[in-house]
Design a protein around this ligand. Structure first.
Ligand SMILES: [Zn+2]
Length: 508
């Protein structure tokens, strides 16, 4: 049995969860479910990032205690993952006591190694982004923050720095020796290009308490708290037991894949591997940056008021419709354009028509002609099905391992559509009229078995719908959840039809 450790970013609790957060976690959940289907032992980590001045300010504005604010905000994410059926194994909060201890330990180790040092700093600071900028960086924006365009303030202070610069050459070599370290390729090129054309500045890892008070205390200088990014990245090792549970940590680290949005690529593909290197730990195997969902040509954002609210969306369309749409519509690494017409189109044509209708009419025939009990007889797999079954057997695992969700779904639908065509061409009602009963039973059996196989493959994507498919087919759900079950089985079915699997939506 092999192990598989995957992570999502920790979500910053300054705003309510939106469809972008959902996208990352649905993708990660699909991969986790696939790995379990394959028989791997999986550890799936997600959680919330809760420190920083921004959080403090919002809580203050709301006249709430900071503890109350972060507890409630974190609970919102947990709640959403429940609604989205996210099968995470552990939910970490950066305010967790064990995490704070790990962060302090890491700072101490790196200070002893002289990878952290104290120095005078002069520059410009954006309170909103909690980011430092040099004179050159704010020159183009005429004195405002290059990220958020707010006014920056000039500061002169002493601070602690992490020696990113020491490891730049190592990271370049690591990238060159591991072309799969950052995916997709376009992000890999972005990181390598950045490292080749820039000299890394050392990273300021603290904020003086007089400016930012809400953070993990710096271990040996009580005037400072640790910078949120430096603290938050460490969750990927603290969540896996680093420092306090060596046995657990040895089992899971390095992470096999870390999912992120492309906007936090530099933190994850530059700062993070260097922090690990400084700690003498292996970097993760893969950093995978997915794209963004845009509305029209714009990125979804609160300030633009074009956020797609996940709660309403699920209420309106059903969870599995949303999961399917997000993973089928665009390759996971690219940007997508969110529109209701595209969503309704997928829901009606792929789910209600192709899959839902295939199931419905197959069950209907099984009940009408055989009272729900259908035997395999002693016949071969229909020759129409064979190439599709073979092709899926060959491509599914490979595509899933490569996080090519849309390709997998597209291949599965080829098989579904062959089955639909099979019904139309074989004309079962004629078999019935002409009393070709054996042929009819074999025909219906083949459809039911084909649908069962499709169910196994679809389980990571749309688990609720697949549960319903298995229940209606009369097979035990738990017994189906293994990739070995994608073989043609020749076991009798005893089916019970329920209402259609997916509703149809009106095109307005
Ligand atoms: Zn800013």
């Amino acid at each position: 049995m092999s192990k598989f450790y995957l992570t999502t970013p920790l979500y910053y609790v300054n705003a309510s969860p939106h469809i972008g957060h959902c996208y990352t976690n649905i993708g990660a959940d699909t991969l986790a479910r696939f790995k379990r289907l394959k028989g791997d032992e999986v550890f799936f980590l997600t959680g919330t990032d809760e420190y920083g001045e921004k959080i403090y300010k919002i809580a203050h504005q709301n006249k709430e205690s900071i503890k109350f604010f972060v507890d409630r905000a974190s609970e919102k994410f947990k709640n959403l993952w429940k609604i989205l059926n996210i099968s995470y194994d552990f939910f970490i909060r950066t305010t967790d006591e064990f995490h704070q201890q790990v962060v302090k330990k890491v700072v101490s180790i790196l200070f002893e190694k002289q990878d952290i040092y104290k120095a005078k700093y002069e520059g410009f600071y954006c309170i909103f982004c909690e980011a430092f900028w040099s004179k050159a960086q704010i020159k183009e924006t005429e004195g405002s923050c290059p990220d958020c365009k707010r006014k920056v303030e000039e500061i002169k202070e002493e601070n602690y720095f992490f020696k990113l610069s020491r490891y730049q050459d190592w990271l370049k070599r690591h990238l060159k020796n591991n072309p799969g370290f950052v995916k997709p390729k376009i992000r890999y090129n972005e990181v390598l290009g950045f490292l080749e054309n820039n000299t890394l500045n050392d990273l300021c890892i603290c904020r003086p308490k007089k400016r930012v008070s809400w953070g993990i205390d710096f271990p040996f200088d009580s005037d400072y708290v640790i910078y949120v990014w430096f603290d938050a990245l460490l969750n990927y090792i603290s969540g896996a037991g680093f420092f306090y549970c060596e046995e657990k940590f040895k089992k899971w680290w390095p992470a096999d894949i870390q999912f992120i949005g492309k906007d936090i690529l530099r933190q994850h593909a530059v700062i993070w591997p260097i922090m690990l290197r400084a700690l003498d730990l292996e970097p993760p195997r893969v950093i995978f940056a997915h794209g963004w969902w845009k509305v029209g040509e714009e990125k979804m954002s609160k300030s633009k008021g074009n956020i797609v609210d996940p709660y309403n969306l699920i209420k309106e369309f059903s969870l599995d419709t949303i999961r399917y749409f997000l993973l089928r519509e665009v390759p996971f690494g690219l940007d997508g354009n969110f529109s209701y017409s595209a969503l309704i189109n997928r829901a009606n044509s792929d789910l209600a028509n192709d899959l839902g209708n295939l199931l419905y009419r197959s069950l209907n025939m099984a009940e009408k002609y055989f009272l729900g009990k259908v035997n395999p007889l002693k016949k071969d797999i229909p020759e129409e099905f064979l190439p599709l079954i073979e092709e899926l057997k060959e491509s599914y695992v490979k595509n899933m391992d490569n996080v090519e969700f849309h390709t997998c779904l597209e291949r599965i639908w080829r098989f579904i559509n062959v089955m639909n065509k099979f019904v139309e061409e074989k004309k079962p009602w004629v078999m019935w009229r002409e009393k070709r009963i054996d042929e009819l039973e074999w025909f219906i059996y083949s459809l039911l078995e084909g649908i069962r196989i499709v169910g196994v493959y679809l389980y990571p994507f749309i688990p609720n719908a697949v549960n319903s498919i298995f229940t209606q087919l009369g097979v035990k759900v738990n017994e189906q959840l293994s990739i070995k079950k994608s073989e043609w089985q020749r076991e009798a079915f005893c089916v019970k039809k329920e209402k259609p699997l997916f509703p149809r939506f009106n095109v307005s």
